[in-house]
Design a protein around this ligand. Structure first.
Ligand code: NAD
Length: 418
């Protein structure tokens, strides 16, 4: 089975899992069961391009574990998407749902494509074909996709429409992260980034530091990066560096975040902002700052740059941005890492609110959504930091142990079938 998923991302996820299982002294059969996905689907999606030619794209949907409820997890459109990466991300979703105590299992999907190179109508045809291919295993009670890197509310709208047309009736709860007008939740778009900012607030308090003037560097200026930057600057932090796929910008006295938000995000254009120094993505990671927030792709903090980081705390907005080697280096250097399954859980939590609202066809106000989100994020941080102290482990290890244990205990209680 391992050969199917072998990749740097999957190896990272499995090593983290194995370390946490040792600390939990989990039964061997549970380790064997939870190390690999419950179900995986590979689909081939032929798409007619605008020039009349047909291209075939490979897509995936992986359901890592469905013990706590229907699968939940984003759909990524990126050229590097492969089975190992999707399986690793699906596993992370299982622990994230367990940690957040939500009634979901872990899942993830993706298509190996660079969406920047597709026209809007090509993107729509690809999305509809991919949805049609994974249709047998998704649904409001089976598996509920959401946006991730390279996808957005419009993509979710096409997914929901394709599913609904096949079923014969409108089914808003089949995806989350869709536009509000067709049953999306207020606040979903901001939720992951705002959640990251709430966790930065907790981390600063935990490590007895103050918010005003805290210098923040953010890699990735998409959904997560922009809303994190906006909320942190509202809170009084100084955002000194940001970047996108083409590179970044830096100003030691702080960047004007509201102005940066006006720059169109597609294709990576942040360096068009002239009133700052240009930096590369790797320079951004080693800039002197208080909080470093990777919010783009995985495995960017490595054994090569780990010794050179000059931040005081890492807060993982992206999924899997720190390799195992780098994790060990940062622990040795006394740089705490607030792990992805805690720091970026805000999107998942508001996706849960969206799913509930869709099933009930009753919609909540923005105030209720953000106060519930804030309460849950702060409680999660407290739960993880208390457990880390009690067990004498890092925050990552504590979060993983709590998430894995939730799934493992549910699995034990439900028992085996048949
Ligand atoms: P997005 O597509 O909206 O934005 C991605 C950003 O990263 C863009 O600015 C892009 O230019 C940049 N980028 C792409 N490749 C890069 C590279 N090689 N180096 C540096 N920057 C690069 O994606 P997003 O939704 O903001 O997701 C970002 C990360 O956050 C991903 O790891 C995703 O899994 C994670 N995440 C997203 C959500 C969510 O709700 N969107 C929730 C949890 C976790």
């Amino acid at each position: 089975m391992y050969e199917l998923f072998k990749s740097p991302a999957f190896d990272n996820a499995v090593t983290q899992f194995d370390r946490a299982c040792e600390n939990l002294a989990l039964d061997d059969w549970l380790r064997d069961r939870l190390r690999f996905p419950q179900r995986t689907l590979i689909v081939n999606c032929p798409v007619r391009m605008d020039n009349g030619k047909i291209r075939v794209f490979t897509g995936y949907r992986v359901q890592h574990n469905l013990t706590l409820g229907p699968g939940k997890g984003g759909v990524r459109y990126h050229p590097d998407v492969d089975m190992g990466e999707v399986a690793a991300l699906a596993m992370g979703m299982s622990w994230k749902c367990g940690l957040a105590e939500l009634p979901f299992g872990g899942a993830k999907g993706g298509v190996a494509v660079d969406p920047v190179n597709l026209s809007l109508s090509e993107l729509e045809r690809l999305t509809r074909r991919y949805t049609a291919e994974i249709l047998p295993i998704i649904g409001p009670n089976k598996d509920i996709p959401a946006p991730d890197m390279g996808t957005n509310p419009q993509v979710m709208a096409w997914m929901m429409d394709t599913y609904s047309m096949t079923e014969g009736y409108t089914t808003p709860a089949v995806v989350t992260g869709k536009p509000v007008i067709i049953g999306g939740s207020l606040g979903r778009e901001e939720a992951t980034g705002y959640g990251v900012a709430y966790i930065v607030e907790d981390a600063l308090r935990h490590f007895e530091k103050r918010i005003p003037g805290t210098r923040v560097a953010i890699q990735g200026f998409g959904n997560v990066g922009t809303y994190t930057a906006r909320k942190l600057s509202e809170m009084g932090c100084s955002v000194v560096a940001v970047s996108d796929m083409q590179g970044g910008i830096y100003n030691a006295s702080g960047l004007p975040v509201l102005k940066l938000l006006e720059i169109p995000r597609q294709r990576g254009r942040i360096q068009e902002f002239k009133e700052a120094d240009k930096i590369t993505n790797s320079e951004l990671l080693t800039i002197e700052c208080d909080i470093l927030i990777p919010a783009a792709i995985g495995r960017v903090i490595t054994k090569e740059n780990g010794p050179k980081l000059r931040c005081k705390i890492v807060v993982e907005g992206a999924n899997g941005p720190t390799t195992i080697d780098a994790d060990d280096i940062l622990e040795e250097r006394g740089i705490p890492v607030i792990p992805d399954i805690l720091a970026n859980a805000g999107g998942l939590i508001v996706s849960y609110f969206e799913w509930v609202q869709g099933l009930q066809e009753y919609f909540w106000s923005r105030d209720i959504i953000f106060s519930e989100l804030q309460k849950r994020m702060h409680n999660m941080f407290r739960k993880v930091s208390d457990y880390a102290k009690e067990k004498g482990v890092t925050l990552r290890m504590a979060a993983l142990m709590l998430g894995i244990n939730q799934v493992a205990q549910a699995k034990k209680i439900r028992g085996l079938y048949p």
